[in-house]
Ligand binder design. Structure first.
Ligand code: ZN
Length: 66
């Protein structure tokens, strides 16, 4: 028997072999998806860039000196 502890719901359970648990190391596919979702959430957690940087925007005003 293999003792497994799901990293998502912390549920401990035993399986005869790893092949019995397609969602290893998670107890169910649900927990596997939860972990995946959490991972993606973190990957998309990009700090807000609300500061509109105007650097590089050359404000060329027409200077008609005539
Ligand atoms: Zn679980």
């Amino acid at each position: 028997m293999i003792r497994v502890k799901c990293p998502i719901c912390a549920k401990s359970f035993e399986i005869a072999q790893l092949a019995d648990l397609p969602s290893f190391p998670f107890c169910t596919e649900r927990c596997k998806l939860l972990d995946l979702g959490r991972w993606i959430d973190g990957a998309y957690a990009i700090p807000d860039k609300t500061q509109a940087e105007t650097a590089g925007t050359d404000d060329l005003e027409d200077e008609d000196d005539e």
